[in-house]
Write a protein of this length. Structure first.
Length: 470
């Protein structure tokens, strides 16, 4: 009896490959392109697909969408990889496509990672796209304005695919637990909150979300009846980021650097110099200590004394130039300066607040108004539309929105009054007061315009007379 190869058994494929959508109805996300009545959906359903490029981050469905088009369209479909193919392979495929055209058959050529092709390879496609021998569908994670030849790009419609929303990923993960191609044939229990945590961790990437779920199930707790339960601890272990230590010579190494750091934070220069000497005389790399002092300068002193960072960078350079034992005095100067400097951790706290949002809101788009638009394609997508150049404003300030909509009003940097940071605190207060005043003024002007459009008298608040007596 012939044995079945593990390489041909679909059960051995990764979960993301097994669950690859086969129809538009199974496809999750990209509703701005594939929703009912949207342009791309109509082109696919009516079999009027032309040359196009799918531009988007990994795991949003570029390759899957091309395969769905292949199943729906009445054309030969060729899957082509920019990683493994050269000009010779391109010419062979083009010759076959030309034969198909002579017999009245369309050929769709899907090129994954088209940005990896050089100019010569991209040019090889151009004549066949121009005369209609092929319908080119390219997929790229890079901006096609920069990575695709202008002549080829002008003959392709660019569709921008977006990261999947958290709720869309949760929907995808829930489907994986019930679909027979996924875990539908097994008793797998994953609490809703853990599915949400996996979706957030994936950051809009469907492939990452499914791979994480698969790993969580494979490492889940197996009960006597064969059922599998995924716990919070399992998900945390899979999604945690492991940090690499600078060196692994032992606990004392970290105890000493901790002692130096905490002594400077406590404004104790004598203790700081002692722990510094302990480290240097034990053979510690002076550049390592200089790096730690440079970190301290921003984490614990910050804008309370901006010169602290300059001095620490200079100390690092001095250590690099002359080494031990001479550079010990430069490190001592930096350590004493940091110990006596006014302290503020406002910068450290600002980043930690921002990091929390960054990790939980990974897919927030950059507002179009502050995106750069060096190419025609990007301008057509409204990149930079409405941008206000602050230097042209009388107060060098504008009301332009720079945070994503969902983060409007967030305050990450909260300055202290320590040292020079008091000046930055005053300046920040002035900026915020200016913006509040102009926001109120804008609302007032919009209210007047709205009242005028309704025919109201802005002074009396009464309805205007139409000339007829009542």
């Amino acid at each position: 009896m012939e044995q079945q190869s593990m390489f041909t058994d679909e059960r051995d494929l990764p979960l993301a490959a097994r669950l690859r959508p086969r129809t538009l109805e199974e496809f999750v996300g990209q509703t701005h392109l594939l929703g009912e009545g949207k342009v791309l959906r109509r082109l696919i359903e009516e079999d009027r697909v032309g040359s196009m490029i799918f531009w988007g981050p990994p795991g949003v469905g570029k390759t899957t969408l091309a395969r769905i088009i292949a199943n729906r369209t009445r054309a030969a479909f060729i899957d082509f990889s920019a990683v493994t193919s050269g000009i010779r392979e391109i010419k062979q495929v083009m010759e076959q496509a030309e034969k198909n055209r002579r017999y009245g058959e369309k050929t769709i050529l899907f090129v994954d990672e088209i940005h990896r092709f050089n100019k010569a390879q991209q040019d090889a496609f151009l004549p066949y796209v121009e005369k209609g021998s092929i319908i080119l569908i390219g997929a790229t994670t890079e901006n096609p304005s920069f990575e695709v030849n202008g002549a080829l790009l002008s003959r392709c419609k660019v569709f921008v695919l977006q990261p999947l929303k958290t709720e869309e990923l949760v929907q995808l993960l829930s489907h994986a637990l019930t679909d027979e191609r996924g875990f539908g044939g097994q008793k797998v229990h994953v609490p809703e909150e853990l599915l949400h945590a996996i979706a957030v961790f994936a950051g809009g990437d469907a492939r990452s979300a499914l791979s994480t779920l698969e790993m969580a199930v494979l490492n889940g707790d197996v009960s006597a009846d064969g059922s599998i339960t995924v716990t919070e601890e399992t998900v945390e272990q899979i999604t945690s980021k492991k940090s690499l230590l600078y060196d692994k010579t032992g606990e004392e190494h970290y105890n000493l650097i901790s002692a130096l750091h905490k002594s400077m934070r406590n404004s104790d220069p004598d203790a700081a110099v002692y722990w510094l000497a302990r480290m240097l005389e034990a053979g510690e790399d002076p550049l390592y200590i200089a790096r730690r002092l440079t970190r301290f300068a921003s984490e614990d002193v910050g804008l309370a004394d901006p010169r602290a960072l300059e001095l620490c960078v200079a100390a690092y350079q001095a250590c690099h130039f002359i080494g031990m034992p001479e550079c010990s005095v430069h490190l001592t100067e930096a350590a004493v300066y940091l110990s006596l400097a006014p302290k503020s951790n406002a910068l450290y706290m600002a980043y930690e607040r921002a990091k929390k949002d960054a990790l939980t809101m990974l897919a927030e788009p950059v507002p179009l108004v502050i995106r750069n638009a060096p190419t025609r394609l990007m301008k057509e997508l409204d990149y930079g539309k409405g941008y206000q150049y602050a230097h042209n404003a009388a107060d060098k300030l504008t009301m332009m929105q720079c945070l994503p909509d969902s983060l409007q009003g967030r305050e990450y940097y909260r300055p202290t009054e320590e040292g020079l940071e008091g000046r930055f605190a005053s300046r920040l207060s002035e900026i915020k007061a200016w913006k509040r005043a102009h926001a109120a003024q804008r609302l007032q002007e919009e209210g007047k315009k709205s009242g005028a459009s309704r025919g109201e008298n802005p002074q009396s608040g009464e309805e205007p007379s139409d000339g007829a007596s009542r």
